[in-house]
Design a protein around this ligand. Structure first.
Ligand code: NAD
Ligand code: UGA
Length: 439
């Protein structure tokens, strides 16, 4: 079986690598020539654990290929996945220009039956636009070529993308014909044979499922952040409350960790896009609007704790930061809480010294020379007045606290991810501040 994946970003590369890993011939297409030239040599543009090795392995086996030519790739592919970006437009809605461009190009170049599958996260109803775009091009060419469209949204998480793709909780497919359904059932056979369920439904429901899933997860996080802030006021410990409610199977213990707000390229944009879809349909998604507002506020909570500690004045203070990516195991900083916190510290006159295991070069694009970068987590602490933790990288979890204490001017830690034990921190002699515990 041969397939084409259009868009070689996080989703396209992981999808392409994983399908080739299970023996399918995959052509990955991108418009970015430099990216494709590097990928042909096995140079992977993103940090995602295990991805580079998998790409190189399958390149060598000849099952994975990279090209900028969609027309060439389409020649012998029965299935084409669209996995290009759907960034937010100015009004918060998903910008479909990349998706529709690919649909148009499919119509321009397909010569035989083709199943065009949308894997990008797209608003409900997009598949109809994709279908129309293909149809328009076929009409321009004055040819009648049969094709189907389908929706197969992706649920992988960055940092755990390979595992999520190979061992999905579920595969969602919205298909409109038996032929499309059969093709996708057969493509995903090695996953379903391993016990991972595939759910077939209509296309509109599949498109909606993706947004509803991200919106529900974002809601859990904002709910917990709201609870955390209240816990601090009333003297409760949100870490205990989390365990207490998470042990109820109906609630579950995943995605209820309070922190400094959700970031990344998906939750923020998808929550906004769903609110926008509701508005366009004259429906007021009240819960999701609150989720968004709580998240905006949460991204400033740690900053305010630091300002209060220094009596409202950060002029001349030096703040060390551990962690800049929006979550561990990625160098992705899109919508990361660190973008807001670091900029606010700099604006308030503080000197900021940062360390992140993989996101330093990405951070330089965002902060330039307004802050100082370190390759060692302890070096960043020298002569700093406090330490703030913005990402829960494993290497921050059990540091040498004696060294931390010795290097800092003031033994103060602001932990935006609740990775330390409050009692232990007091014992080690730190002024310790985290989320949802009045320390
Ligand atoms: P990305 O920005 O990393 O990659 C998109 C790629 O598409 C880029 O390399 C770009 O050059 C390429 N591209 C744009 N137009 C093209 C065209 N006409 N032809 C060929 N290539 C083209 O995006 P991503 O993070 O992989 O996200 C893709 C989609 O998947 C989005 O809709 C996103 O919401 C969704 N999604 C992302 C994740 C994630 O973890 N990143 C998870 C699930 C779903
Ligand atoms: C998220 C979803 O988890 C994926 O299922 C989905 O496919 C993807 O979005 C997408 O649509 O692109 P991702 O953004 O990679 O994946 O990362 P998550 O692990 O979901 O984390 C998102 C943000 O929520 C991070 O900033 C993280 O720190 C925060 N978070 C997560 C919390 O604050 N608390 C939690 O309990 C969990």
């Amino acid at each position: 079986m041969k397939i084409t994946i259009v868009g070689s970003g996080y989703v396209g590369l992981v999808t392409g690598a994983c399908f080739s890993e299970v023996g399918i011939n995959v052509q990955c297409v991108d418009v970015n020539e430099a990216k494709i030239e590097n990928l042909k040599k096995g140079i992977v543009p993103i940090y995602e654990p295990g991805l580079d090795k998998m790409i190189v392995r399958n390149l060598e086996k000849g099952r994975l290929q990279f090209t900028t030519s969609l027309s060439e790739a389409l020649k012998d592919s029965e299935i084409v996945f669209i996995s290009v970006g759907t960034p937010p437009d100015e009004d918060g809605s998903a910008d479909l220009k990349y998706v529709l461009q690919v649909a148009k190009d499919c119509g321009k170049y397909m010569n035989d039956y083709t199943l065009v599958v949308t894997k990008s996260t797209v608003p409900v109803g997009t598949s109809i636009k994709v279908k129309n775009a293909i149809q328009d091009e076929l009409q321009k060419r004055n040819v009648k070529i049969p094709f189907d469209v389908a929706s197969n949204p992706e649920f992988l998480k960055e940092g755990a993308a390979i595992d999520d793709f190979l061992k999905p909780d579920r595969i969602i497919v919205g298909a409109e014909s038996a032929r499309a359904e059969a093709l996708l059932r057969s493509l995903y056979k090695s996953f379903t044979l391993n016990g991972h369920p595939i759910l077939f439904m209509d296309i509109l429901s599949a498109e909606m499922t993706k947004y509803a899933a991200n919106a529900m997860l974002a809601t859990k996080i904002s709910f917990m952040n709201d609870m955390a802030n209240l816990c601090e006021i009333v003297g409760a410990d949100v870490n205990e409350v989390r365990k207490g409610i998470g042990s109820d199977g109906r609630i579950g213990n995943k995605f209820i960790y309070p922190g400094i707000g959700y970031g990344g390229s998906c939750f923020p944009k998808d929550v906004q896009a769903l609110i926008r879809t509701a508005q366009e349909n004259n429906y007021n998604l009240q819960v999701l609007k609150a989720v968004e507002a709580v998240n905006q506020n949460q991204k400033t909570v740690l900053y305010h704790k630091i300002v209060n500690y220094f009596n409202g004045n950060l002029q001349g203070k030096t703040i060390a930061i551990w962690g800049l990516s929006f979550k561990p195991q990625t160098d992705d900083m899109r919508e990361a809480p660190s973008l807001i916190i670091v900029n606010k510290l700099v604006e308030a006159g503080a000197k900021v010294k940062v360390y992140d295991p993989v996101a330093i070069s990405e951070a330089k694009h965002h902060f330039g020379d307004t802050i100082t970068y370190y390759n060692d987590q302890y070096e960043a602490l020298i002569e700093a007045d406090c330490l703030a933790i913005l990402t829960e990288w494993p290497e921050f979890k059990i540091p040498n606290f004696n060294i931390v204490n010795k290097l800092l001017n003031t033994a103060a830690i602001f932990d935006g991810r609740n990775i330390y034990d409050t009692y232990e921190m007091k014992k080690q002699g730190f002024d310790y501040f985290c989320i949802g515990v009045n320390t």
